[in-house]
Design a protein around this ligand. Structure first.
Ligand code: HPA
Ligand code: ZN
Length: 333
């Protein structure tokens, strides 16, 4: 099963590039940029990764981003992730980045974007990995700050497929960003949003109805609303689920309690993703594996999850078909 999972051609659709910062690279960049970390060692960092909820994770996650200063830092971060993804047969990745967590510290949007984007281009030519970039607004900041970030991103529009919404969900509903998302869609960005991770099903409705999202990130609390489930099934609106993240942040008490399999078998277009792999104990293959072990997923169910990942992506229909043909040929072998 382990070999099957690693070999399965798949797309990753919920991946925060800042969440791929491994402690080893954190120390290396801290030294490069002469920043004093509040940790003595890699082991001490890992020990601090013991979260009670989303906010307790975010506090550490934003602290970690402070070592990212120069374009080369963003390049090195992204390149390390992309190599890892390719080693687990990720064929396509849609990468989230949080410009505000850097511009707030005085790092320019251009520095962040150029470093990440150059690594994505190198992965395309050197590793055969296709990718797209999704700009996330930090929802704990104001709608005005999000709008300013959107305007700053306009010159880079051709390299950013969509905008999204992340950070502290409770108390920051999608409705807060309606005007920003209207403008983003007018500028031809697709839209996604984290919703129903800690927040209630109403937040998922708002993301769908007010922000016109193509996908819901997480969305596991959709299970509490039968009408919402019907809506998601009928329209095949994808959920980008992150099993290890959900257990680490105590959205579920254990992997055995996770509703991934239930949602899949209800006919929702659910996908498996890694969210912040350096913080949650595994990359995409480890997420497929942990869910498989706890929920006894069959090869057919894993095939469906991988197929969904291509159908849920922002690849063209032709490129999706080509990836699914590759997946089908893997299954025949
Ligand atoms: N939820 C909200 N914000 C985030 C996450 C998440 O899972 N990961 C990084 N920022
Ligand atoms: Zn996320």
């Amino acid at each position: 099963m382990e070999k099957f999972i690693r070999g399965l051609p798949k797309a990753e659709l919920h991946l925060h590039i800042e969440g791929t910062l491994e402690p080893e690279l954190m120390f290396k960049l801290a030294e490069r940029n002469q920043i004093k970390l509040p940790f003595e060692s890699v082991a001490a960092v890992k020990k601090a990764y013991n979260f009670q909820n989303l906010q307790s994770f975010l506090d550490i996650y934003y602290q970690g981003t402070q070592v990212l200063q120069q374009e080369q830092d963003f390049y090195d971060l992204t390149w390390a992730y992309l190599q890892k993804a390719v080693s687990q047969n990720v064929r396509h990745v849609e990468v989230f980045f949080d410009p505000q967590s850097h511009t707030e510290r005085g790092i320019s949007f251009n520095t962040v974007h150029t470093g990440i984007y150059r690594a994505l281009q190198d992965a395309r030519s050197e590793l055969g990995l296709s990718s797209q970039l999704i700009l996330c607004f930090l929802r704990h900041l104001s709608a005005e700050q999000a709008m300013a970030t959107l305007v700053e991103a306009l010159p880079y529009k051709d390299t950013i497929v969509a905008v999204g919404l992340d950070s502290s969900e409770l108390g920051n509903p999608p409705s807060k960003f309606k005007v920003v998302f209207d403008r983003a869609r007018a500028e031809n960005f697709l839209t996604v949003a984290h919703a129903g991770e800690e927040g209630p099903p109403e937040y998922i409705w708002e993301a769908l109805k007010l922000l016109n999202v193509s996908r819901i990130d997480h969305g596991v609390r959709s299970i509490e609303d039968a009408d919402l489930l019907d809506y998601l099934i009928e329209r095949q609106i994808p959920l980008t689920i992150c099993p290890l993240s959900n257990v680490k942040l105590k959205v579920f008490d254990s992997m055995e309690q996770h509703n991934l399999k239930k949602l899949l078998n209800l006919g929702l277009c659910v996908t498996v993703n890694s969210d912040d792999p350096a913080y949650f104990g595994g990359y995409i293959a480890e997420n497929y594996q942990a869910a498989t072990d706890a929920l006894k997923l069959s090869q057919q169910e894993l095939y469906q999850l991988a197929k969904n990942s291509f159908r849920a992506s922002f690849l063209t229909p032709e490129a999706q078909d080509a990836s699914i043909a590759e997946l089908d040929s893997f299954m025949r072998r």
